[in-house]
Ligand binder design. Structure first.
Ligand code: ADP
Ligand code: MG
Length: 380
């Protein structure tokens, strides 16, 4: 077991890293963050911020010398970085698991190889692959295999010609072509797995997106207990097959009552933010526990919760990304019973950028949802 006051290394300085730093601090650890952005949200509150690229080996040597274990908050860390750090100390999740989650082709191949449910798709490495793709896939979504997030690097394509044009627009980058599914709704499972293989799932959450970006999470999901349980079982199998250690997010589509894995995130997940306010232990505390070899907490959810993302457009006069730049007036939110506001300390708001979120908790799920939607309407 790695115990306080050991220093833990965090690759990435975004909001997920920032919440990890807070959780680790509460537990008595120190945290060193590596992120090239001098204003990164996690770097601002870390004990040490190494302002360097993820493949800066001098910075990795420094982290290796000073930290007892390393984890990540984003999937695009070069696999070579994780392998390099693993020579010094425990690195969780391992490079091999991150490699599957950071590449949509590897991810879909992993799901298919393990008999895990996913939507119809084709791997696209050349224009010929688009020309030969099954006609039944259209209308479809073309997604670049790597570095996409929040709906970026995706194009909805009505037919084969549109898919060829989109593939050219993506400069021939490897892609997956997915059938555009008619979704009943979307759910996700956040879980933690320890190095002895024990797994703890948070209750399945329900996610609503706007413009390809997560907008709201309702936890627990309003789906049947059976579907919620099935999603947890699939997520557990994924964690086992990946030999995963740490906090993992698995996104699902629900389509005509059936579950399909959409994608996996080898880190805490946006749809698990509410675990800070609505559970006995958060997804970030579980990440610390898994990383340090502590027993995982039983993550009981004590309150119904709704999480609402706050995007950068709110920082503009009309609330939609136009007009004068100003800080939103948060006073209306602070007046809502059971609401907790979390702002990430990002220096500049851009439309679509995740700047903060709030969580409303309470005993009655319908009332919580109503209050959350009213609160959102009150700030634009
Ligand atoms: P990201 O990495 O940006 O989260 P996703 O693949 O999860 O990428 O896509 C973002 C959102 O776009 C999904 O949560 C879903 O709402 C919608 N979406 C993506 N793929 C499909 C699809 N094949 N059919 C229907 N909706 C989709
Ligand atoms: Mg997604």
């Amino acid at each position: 077991m790695i115990l306080p006051p050991a220093a833990l290394g965090m690759l990435g300085g975004g909001q997920l890293g920032r919440f990890f730093v807070s959780a680790a601090h509460e537990m008595g650890y120190r945290v060193w963050v590596l992120d090239p952005d001098p204003h990164s949200p996690a770097g601002l509150i870390a004990d040490r911020h190494l302002v360097a690229a993820y493949d800066d080996y001098a910075a990795l040597d420094t982290m290796g010398a000073g930290c007892a274990a390393v984890t990540t908050e984003f999937e695009n860390v070069p696999a070579g970085t994780l392998d390099y750090l693993a020579k010094f100390m425990p690195v969780h999740p391992a490079a091999s698991a991150v490699a599957v989650c950071q590449d949509r082709i590897a991810e879909k191949t992993f799901l298919a190889d393990n008999g895990l449910p996913h939507g119809p798709c084709a791997m696209i490495r050349s224009e010929d692959d688009v020309r030969n793709a099954n006609a039944g896939l259209f209308p479809a979504v073309l997604k670049v295999a790597r570095f996409g997030y929040d709906g970026k690097g995706q194009a909805r394509v009505a037919d084969r010609d549109a898919a060829v044009a989109a593939f050219q627009h993506f400069k021939g980058e490897p892609c997956v072509l997915e059938k555009l599914l008619t979704l009943d709704y979307e759910v996700s499972v956040v879980l933690a797995r320890g190095d002895a293989g024990e797994v703890r799932c948070f209750p399945t959450g329900e996610n609503r997106h706007r413009n390809g970006i997560l907008d709201i999470t309702l936890a627990p999901a309003r789906a049947s207990a059976c579907l919620r349980g099935d999603a947890q079982q699939v997520a557990e199998r994924i964690a086992e097959k990946l030999g995963y250690v740490g906090t993992l997010g698995v996104e699902f589509f629900v389509c005509r009552g059936e579950l399909f894995v959409n994608e996996m995130a080898p880190r805490p997940h946006n749809s698990g933010h509410h675990t800070i306010d609505a559970c006995d232990a958060s997804q970030y505390e579980q990440q610390v526990r898994a990383l340090c070899g502590l027993p995982l907490a039983v993550p009981r959810q004590h309150s119904a919760a709704v999480m609402v993302n706050l995007l950068g457009e709110l920082w503009y006069e009309d609330g939609k990304g136009h007009g004068a730049y100003r800080e939103p007036d948060w006073s209306a939110l602070h007046a809502v019973p059971g609401l907790r506001l979390h702002l990430y300390g990002k220096h500049h708001a851009r439309p679509g950028r995740k700047m903060g979120h709030f969580t409303v908790t309470g005993d009655d799920a319908d009332a919580v949802l109503r209050r959350a939607l009213q609160a959102r309407a009150a700030i634009g």
